[in-house]
Design a binder for this molecule. Structure first.
Ligand code: C2E
Ligand code: CA
Ligand code: CA
Length: 661
């Protein structure tokens, strides 16, 4: 880079720089030259007057010499005003040389203006003045030889010529000496010029080098700056990225500690971002993020530090004595802005925001802990239905600790067999016959006690163990299926629950194919229970459900009526069974509305040739009412509690012995 810049001073540029320096130097010396010139002209006049009295010619000469001086001064001033020394240095030098030449000729004329010029007699002083002037011009004019010589040479020539013309003895000898002096002057003037030019060139090169160094320095600085921007900014939104956020959070806590203040950390998550991204494409997702970030900047203003942590997650850090109170207000305002529809691809899209926040030092000691605490609060906000803010509280930590324990210990529980399954019977109401069993997972954690199944399922998802969990439960279901014929129930089915999120993670149908195959199970007796959510959820699930159907498994929709099933889906997916949600069953004998609903669903089941199974039957009255409404089958504590496989034979026997149940 440096070499480039110095080699850029090419010959014409260098020459221009030299000329400019010469012109400037000559111009600068002009006042001195002219002053000396004027003074010496007057003294020459005086000298000649002393020797021979005042003559008209001598006065004319002096006036002419002074006029040249004035003219040269005027030219110099004009040059300076128009900055010709910088802009047209050659032209400037030519003018200066012309001026010097005119002055030189004026001085050269002096001997000829004095009548009977006596070179070696009374007028010897004039010679001394002339030669002195010429020498002075050369000495003063180092740097531009031609200007100096333009003055000196005519003067010397005049001296030599007048000496040769004089008849005085020694005139010729003196002329020879003056010629020698002329030669010396010429030599020293050209030599002086060469030295000056060399100096100027060296100076120009040094300046160029210094400039190029400073340019290089500037470009290194700006490269550094852009590297810093790259390292610290989120390229899409331009706000701080995660790395910069980490640094800001650490510093914020240090500052807050030093000032005895608080620091609030808010973590924000856009609701439905994934769906919008999947439905409208990535660039629409980017548009949403940009607009969300823009709103965030508007709401936060100068009051906080904003960062994008990745994906659809943002963070805001607020310091100060009242950070906690401000964080609460800010969270509400962000929620309000987030609720307003976004316009993506000219279409209104509703997204919403979930926010969790935590305060230092109240909720955490370190930056890392503060982040975890705010994240827990965010998790709670999302868990409780999104579109809201939650502040960290210690119970969240206890909950998160518990979740972590469960996640950590789950793999061991699956492989060691600590995780077991129980089976809840399903009964045909009219005949009171057992038509199937639902497989339900059970785990008694050594220190936490019985872990509720939804928690097990969530932990499996978080720990990437969903497939292992379902495989182990399906294996239990297959074992029961192999023993049912010996219990007198060769046609009873066994169902397993599959959570909607599992379909995104692995091929449920392939895993089940492998397991049922290994146990020689007829897929028609193996039932999969999914919630309505899974039906509506993703296209992936749609593909998988078709695979399940192709493999010949039965498909049941769990908790039917709790969500938003679409009849169209139910038909196209060939659902075999609808499991009526518990809420329609509880106290049905005295709820006219529930009776209507269950009656209608029983009719729907018949029309679509789907089985209907009512869930959560806890009393004889409920069972009787369901039967009277035409609901064919049911499941519940009243009909049979979930039980381990070993208990089934005994339970069946008891039923036979007490038919009233
Ligand atoms: P679910 O699929 O609706 O399962 C029925 C739940 O209701 C079971 O709770 C069962 O014990 C309970 N139950 C049965 N009869 C009655 C009754 O008469 N009254 C009342 N109040 N409850 C009754 P459990 O086993 O705690 O399971 C809860 C939920 O956890 C299940 O709801 C299911 O969504 C999920 N789950 C259970 N086991 C598994 C599993 O192996 N895999 C998956 N993915 N989810 C499971
Ligand atoms: Ca179920
Ligand atoms: Ca259910």
């Amino acid at each position: 880079m440096l070499q480039d810049s110095t080699s850029q001073i090419n010959a014409p540029r260098l020459e221009l720089a030299v000329r400019q320096a010469q012109a400037a130097a000559t111009l600068e010396r002009l006042p001195t030259t002219l002053t000396v010139n004027a003074l010496v002209s007057v003294s020459a006049l005086l000298m000649s007057a002393i020797n021979r009295g005042i003559t008209t010619l001598a006065v004319v000469w002096c006036i002419a010499a002074l006029a040249t001086v004035v003219w040269r001064f005027a030219v110099g001033t004009a040059i300076k005003r128009r900055r010709l020394d910088e802009l047209k240095p050659n032209h400037c030098l030519r003018l200066m040389t012309l001026g010097a030449l005119v002055s030189g000729i004026a001085w050269a004329a002096l001997p000829f203006m004095l009548s009977n010029f006596d070179a070696l007699g009374v007028d010897g002083g004039i010679y001394i003045l002339m030669c002195g002037m010429a020498t002075g011009a050369v000495l003063l004019g180092t740097g531009h030889a031609i200007t100096a010589l333009a003055f000196a040479l005519p003067v010397h020539l005049s001296v030599v010529v007048t000496l040769l013309m004089s008849e005085a003895a020694g005139g010729h000898l003196l002329a020879l000496n003056v010629l020698a002096l002329t030669f010396v002057l010429y030599k020293s003037s050209t030599k002086g010029q060469a030295i000056v030019i060399g100096n100027i060139e060296a100076q120009v090169k040094a300046t160029a080098l210094a400039q190029s160094l400073s340019r290089a320095n500037a470009s290194i600085l700006s490269a550094n700056e852009s590297l810093e921007v790259l390292a610290n900014r989120d390229p899409l939104t331009g706000v701080a990225n995660r790395a910069a956020f980490n640094v800001a959070l650490e510093r914020g806590i240090e500052n807050a500690g030093a000032q005895n203040e608080q620091l609030a950390l808010l973590i924000l998550d856009l609701d439905r971002f994934k769906t919008i991204n999947d439905t409208f494409g990535h660039s629409a997702g980017d548009e949403l993020l940009l607009e969300a970030c823009h709103r965030l900047r508007e709401v936060v203003g100068e009051r906080g530090f904003i960062a994008r942590l990745g994906g659809d997650e943002f963070a805001v850090v607020i310091g100060g004595a009242t950070a906690a109170a401000e964080a609460r207000q800010l969270a509400s305002r962000i929620l309000d802005r987030g609720r307003e529809p976004f316009v993506i691809r000219n279409r209104p899209v509703v997204s919403g925001v979930s926010i969790g926040f935590a305060i230092w030092p109240e909720h955490a000691e370190s930056a890392a802990d503060l982040f975890v605490s705010a994240d827990m609060a965010l998790y709670r906000a999302k868990d409780e239905g999104r579109g809201q803010w939650r502040e960290f509280d210690p119970s969240l930590k206890a909950r998160a600790d518990r979740q972590r324990r469960i996640e950590q210990d789950l793999a061991g529980a699956i492989s060691s067999g600590a995780l077991t399954v129980v089976f809840q019977p399903q009964v045909e109401l009219a005949q009171n016959s057992v038509i199937g069993f639902e497989t339900l997972v059970r785990w008694t954690h050594p220190s936490l006690g019985a872990v509720p199944p939804p928690e097990i399922v969530a932990a499996a998802h978080a720990a990437n163990l969903s497939e292992a969990l379902t495989a182990s439960i399906a294996t239990g279901a297959c074992r029961l299926l192999t023993t049912l014929p010996s219990l007198g129930l060769p046609e009873a089915s066994v169902s397993v629950n599959v959570s909607p999120r599992e379909f995104e993670l692995y091929s449920v149908a392939e895993t089940l194919d492998r397991i049922t195959h290994a146990h020689g199970i007829d897929p028609a007796l193996f039932e999969i229970e999914i919630t309505e959510e899974a039906i509506l959820d993703t296209l992936v699930a749609g593909e998988q459900l078709k695979h399940i159907e192709r493999s010949g498994y039965k498909l049941a929709v769990d908790d039917f009526g709790a969500g938003h099933s679409s009849l169209a889906y139910l038909v196209t997916l060939k659902v075999d069974r609808l499991k009526l949600d518990r809420r329609f069953v509880a106290g049905i004998e005295s709820s006219f509305q529930n009776q209507e609903i269950v009656g209608a669903m029983a009719g729907l089941g018949k029309a679509l040739s789907m089985d209907i199974v009512a869930e959560g039957v806890e009393t004889a009255e409920e069972a009787a009412t369901l039967r009277d409404l035409g609901c064919p089958a049911a499941q519940g504590y009243f009909l049979g509690r979930p039980m381990p496989v070993e208990a089934i034979a005994g339970w069946l026997l008891t039923r036979l012995l007490t038919p009233a149940a």
